[in-house]
Design a protein around this ligand. Structure first.
Ligand SMILES: [Zn+2]
Ligand SMILES: [Zn+2]
Length: 247
């Protein structure tokens, strides 16, 4: 599989970076994981939006889905050759999107599929599975199993989420949020991870590579990476927009 970063900023855009979006490709199959604000501009570097085979939106926070509006209109008005594709998202987000787009049925662009923890779907040889995360709204991490490897993307999550610990076990590539540096203080319901919780999650997986992503500006991505590397010898890098790797 090929994994590409279309947006890696946390919660809102940061200088030069779009919000959360990733592309998984195997052969002719392309699956979009989240569509944060600004990310569609980077999508064109890797895939014509008309050639997407499926879209997954992890949750209803705007930094993870706003550019699906652009993908929808592109596939509706500019190039409809790709036909209807699955749009997997939590039920509340599907309802909000159909309202936003004034399209109860998504007009043949998307086939809405509500995600629950038991959802499994195969798209052109890529198998998608899901787990809930620790986040204030219904949020799903996604595991993508291809021919030779497994990619797990955590979406947004607070620390020590047991279903997520299980989902990451088989990951070859772990793409995990690390929104805050360790000294950032937050008290409230589970929301995001920091280097300590990132490494605890990484320790639950066999991943040979992990990307830290969703670092929230103005915190320093480099500082977050250094803090992670102080805690583990595992192979950890920063997710950076337009970065692309074979997995
Ligand atoms: Zn977010
Ligand atoms: Zn969120």
């Amino acid at each position: 599989m090929r994994f590409s970063v279309l947006g890696s900023a946390g919660s809102y855009n940061s200088p030069g970076s779009a919000c959360s979006s990733y592309l998984v490709q195997q052969g002719d199959c392309s699956v979009l994981l989240d569509a944060g604000n600004g990310s569609m501009a980077n999508l064109f570097d890797f895939c014509n939006p008309a050639e997407l085979n499926a879209v997954v939106l992890s949750h209803e926070h705007a930094d993870h889905w706003v550019d699906i509006v652009g993908v929808y209109h592109y596939r509706l008005l500019a190039d409809s050759s790709g036909g209807e594709i699955p749009l997997l998202a939590p039920p509340s987000l599907l309802a909000a999107l159909s309202k936003q787009l004034h399209a109860d049925d998504f007009k043949g662009v998307f086939k809405p599929i509500p995600i629950d923890p038991s959802t499994e779907i195969e798209v052109e040889g890529l198998k998608l599975r899901f787990s809930r995360t620790n986040h204030p709204v219904e949020t799903y991490a996604v595991s993508v199993t291809g021919q030779d490897s497994v990619i797990v993307y955590t979406a947004d999550t607070g620390p020590d989420c047991e279903p997520l610990n299980l989902l990451v076990a088989e990951a070859d590539l772990l793409v995990a949020e690390c929104t805050w540096a360790d000294q950032f203080t937050y008290s409230g319901p589970p929301l995001h991870m920091n280097p300590s919780s990132f490494v605890r999650l990484l320790d639950r997986s066999q991943a040979t590579l992990a990307f830290a992503t969703h670092v929230a500006h103005p915190q320093s991505r480099q500082q977050v990476l250094e803090e992670i590397r102080r805690l583990t010898d595992r192979n950890v890098e920063l997710a950076i927009d337009r970065l692309s790797v074979e997995v």
